[in-house]
Design a protein around this ligand. Structure first.
Ligand code: CA
Length: 215
């Protein structure tokens, strides 16, 4: 245990190694515990400062970066190998074999198919959604591929790809999208993939959500 005089103004003490607030609204002489074999790098920040993540792995308090290695780790992964994801609603969409980026199966969307997956983001901040997709169609025909999320009021577009490529030679492409704040800490969060394809199909595999877990 160490004792630090943080002054008369209330402060929040944040440990950038453990990524946890050690004290909130502290004033005067404040105790900080340092368990054995547990390093701490403690930042003295304003009380109730606004937390933001301006860039990957950067955490800021009131716009001042305090951590350049904020931990954003995998919270969800779906590779369609074991049937439908929990709670998913498929309209026409199918899980198909023999055309996968990873494993043996992937999601196929054709016509006006869609797949909606509920993923609670309660306690999660700074979300990033990634997925691989392979978009196959006859050029010049109508082909829209959309990835959207529901923020409990409305659907918001994350990707809208117009046009596709003709097989063969159409490869899987990885897409990474940073989600806006409305996706954070949301029990009603849903991810939806849908298409409007005149011919052929879009394939999706390896849907991953990375985020920082709220301390
Ligand atoms: Ca797969």
């Amino acid at each position: 245990m160490i004792h630090v005089d943080v002054g008369a103004e209330p402060v929040d003490l944040y440990d950038t190694v453990g990524e946890v607030f050690l004290a909130r609204g502290a004033t005067g002489v404040t105790s900080i515990s340092i368990p054995s074999h547990t390093p701490r790098v403690v930042v003295n920040g304003p009380a109730d400062g606004a937390i933001s993540y301006p860039k990957p792995y950067q955490m800021a308090i009131n716009g001042v970066i305090v951590d350049y290695l904020a931990n954003q780790c995998e919270q969800y992964r779906e590779s369609f190998e074991n049937g439908w994801p929990a709670g998913a609603v498929a309209c026409g969409a199918e899980i198909v074999p023999n055309d996968a980026f990873d494993g043996a199966k992937s999601l196929r969307l054709k016509g006006q198919d869609s797949l909606t997956i509920p993923i609670s983001t309660v306690g999660l901040l700074r979300l990033e959604v990634s997925y691989t997709r392979r978009l196959v169609s006859v050029p010049d025909l109508e082909s829209d591929f959309l990835c959207e999320f529901h923020d409990s009021r409305t659907w918001r577009e994350l990707e809208h790809k117009v046009g596709a490529e003709r097989a063969p030679g159409v490869t899987w492409k990885m897409n990474y999208i940073d989600l806006p704040q409305e996706g954070e800490n949301n029990a009603d969060f849903q991810l939806r993939f849908r298409v409007n394809y005149e011919e052929d199909a879009a394939f999706v595999d390896n849907v991953v959500v990375r985020a920082v877990r709220q301390k």
